[in-house]
Design a protein. Structure first.
Length: 229
């Protein structure tokens, strides 16, 4: 697994500075906002979900995990359930030999891959017999929920990068297994009714979103000036 760990180490520095228009302080703010909700209920397993592909949900999830691990020093697990929505994350998780949902106690070591330079781990979900994170529902959903429960004691934060809701129902299914869902919306692209429908779908399964992250936001004034407005 050392080769995959090396791939993760190389991907991390290149990904942190600016991920889908977000900078490190904004990722720290996302983490702090999530943890502020913990005063009301325990928020440890968080899903990042978008309506459409290429809105940046998988990359934002990966970036949030990298910042929490490398900048804040948290023990983080990023679970790729995105169906290849982000090329960088897909390249890493495609090399993981054992999908988390089919891992047994004797194969967990091959289902979780750790970076050598930061306290961050990666895992993937895939349908049985599929060697990539797919858009089909994994065959052992009960096993996934059980693993989330077992891994809570090992990590400060477990991040799930989900497949866009327009491609798969997996995000809605997983939303019932996590502590909270963060919606990722591409600014000036995704229409409000689409976001509202996704919110309604989440609400119907008892998973109201924690908040929304806007990606690719256009700054019509110098970016630093927005902090003073």
């Amino acid at each position: 697994m050392s080769g995959l760990s090396h791939m993760l180490d190389e991907a991390a520095p290149a990904s942190i500075p600016d991920i889908h228009g977000l900078e490190i302080p904004e990722y720290v703010g996302v983490y702090q906002a999530i943890k502020s909700v913990s005063q009301e209920k325990e928020i440890q397993v968080v899903e990042f979900l978008s309506a459409y592909a290429n809105e940046g949900a998988a990359r934002v999830a990966f970036g949030a995990g990298l910042v929490a691990a490398q900048v804040l020093g948290k023990r983080v697990l990023v679970v790729d359930a995105s169906g290849g929505d982000d090329p960088t994350l897909a390249k890493l998780t495609a090399a993981i030999p054992t999908p988390l949902n089919i891992a047994g106690p004797d194969t967990l070591a091959t289902a979780l891959v750790r970076s050598r330079t930061a306290p961050i781990w990666l895992a993937t979900l895939a349908a049985r017999g599929d060697d990539r994170p797919g858009t089909a529902l994994p065959s052992n959903l009960e096993g996934i929920e059980a693993w989330f429960g077992a891994l809570r004691s090992e990590f400060d934060l477990i991040i799930v990068a989900s497949s866009p809701s327009s491609k798969s129902a997996l995000g809605l299914v997983l939303s019932k297994m996590v502590d909270g869902v963060v919606l990722v919306v591409e600014a000036e692209r995704t229409r409000a009714p689409v976001v509202q429908q996704l919110q309604a779908n989440l609400h119907s399964v008892g998973s109201d979103p924690l908040g929304v992250v806007l990606t690719n936001r256009r700054f019509y004034l110098p970016r630093w000036l927005y902090r003073w407005l």
